[in-house]
Each structure stands twice: as C-alpha cells, then as structure tokens.
Write a protein that binds this ligand. Sequence first.
Ligand code: SAH
Length: 222
Amino acid sequence: MAWRSSGSSNQSLVDNLEKNGLIETKRVKDAMLQVDRAHYAPRNPYDDRPQPIGHKATISAPHMHANACESLLDHLKPGAKVLDIGSGSGYLTAVLANLVGPSGRVVGIDHIQPLVDMANTNMAKSDEGRKMLESGQVKFVTGDGRKGWKEDAPYDAIHVGAAAAEHHKELTDQLKAPGRLFVPVSDGWSQHIYVINKREDGSIDQNMLYGVQYVPLTDAPE
Ligand code: SAH
C-alpha cells in the first residue's frame, strides 16, 4: 500500500495517496498540497515511506499523515486548537495548521531541542509557513509530550506522532468535550492506532484501528 503512492513531486504524491484511497477528502488533499514535503524530509521526500531526520526520529510516511488528518478531521474545523505531540520535522504541524486556518492554532511539541529548531527552520522555508509562525498560528515548544501541553489546553484535537506505552490520562484531560485524540499505543511487541473521543458530556470512548510501527515516546535524551 505504502510504495504504490510514491510520486515524483508533491502533487503526484498527493494525487497517488488520493487515488489509493488514503486521502479521502478534498480538505485533507488541499492541506497536504499546500505543504511541500521536500521542506521537511531530507531525502526522497515524495516516497510514501518514513525517512530518518536525525536524533533517532523519522518523518512519518505520508499515508500515515493523511490518515491522521482524516481521522481527526471532524475536530479540525477552522478556528480549532490542536496539539501535535512528537512534532519532529514539523510537517504534520504545518498540514494541521492549513486545516484549522488562520483563526486556528497548532502547538507542536517535541522533547529534542534540535528537532524543535529544525521544525521552525523547515516551516520558515515557505512564505506561508513563515507567516504562520509570525502570527502565532503555529508554535513549536520543547517538553515532554506525554504530559501534553497545559499552557494552551484544552484542544479540539491532539495528535501523537510516537508510540505511547500506556494511555496517558493527561492527554484526554487536555481535550475539549467534544474532542479527539489520535495516538499509537504499544501493546507488548505490537502497536496500534487508537482514536479516543471525548464526548460532549465528558465521557470517553476508544476505537482501536490498525497496526503500526512508530518510534516510542521516551524520556528526553541526556
Ligand atoms: N510527526 C513527526 C514524527 C517524528 S518521530 C514527523 O512526522 O515528522 C517521533 C517524534 O517524537 C520524534 O521527533 C521524537 O523526538 C518525539 N518524542 C519522543 N518522545 C517524546 C516525548 N516524551 N515528548 C515529546 N516528543 C517526543
């Protein structure tokens, strides 16, 4: 599934993701077309697979970014507030910012300072990205994402880009009601994507989607 969607340009990568059913909506397609993955992936940016970005981190595969956006889409309305945990390259943070628009806000958090710096540099490669940083529509912060980011909570949507060892209550606490969390969770040797909904009355339901392979959420390196 992954390989088939690779392209020779950002446009053809996104077209192929759509053709293969990995992008399902025009909103996600437009948001991904507006971010050139070459600004974020150091090598083979239009391949539909993860790429190393240093510090034992990877930029996730485009089909995962597409699916994360599709899964959270009901909660990514213009003006929504979003937290992107394990923001790494900053690519998905930028796509999420396109989805919530200029009246929305996206906070990207990573615990490795050079990756936070890299995300800022990557976004500033385009005029649109620079404007999003200057206006505060997007900001990158350094911290332990397992605790979320209280300062800007509550969020309409939280995306986690690294595998959690457990269900972190802090994250659902930082969701609005209604709100939605997209998180890979480790379960012994395997990992699965969970979509966790906080309903209007504050109650929680969770759905296990499909198996994945993410780098783990860890303690910050010394
Ligand atoms: N969404 C990113 C994924 C990067 S890989 C992208 O596609 O570019 C996962 C990221 O999670 C890495 O950047 C890693 O530094 C970060 N990470 C791991 N544990 C973390 C923690 N406890 N708090 C915050 N970030 C963490």
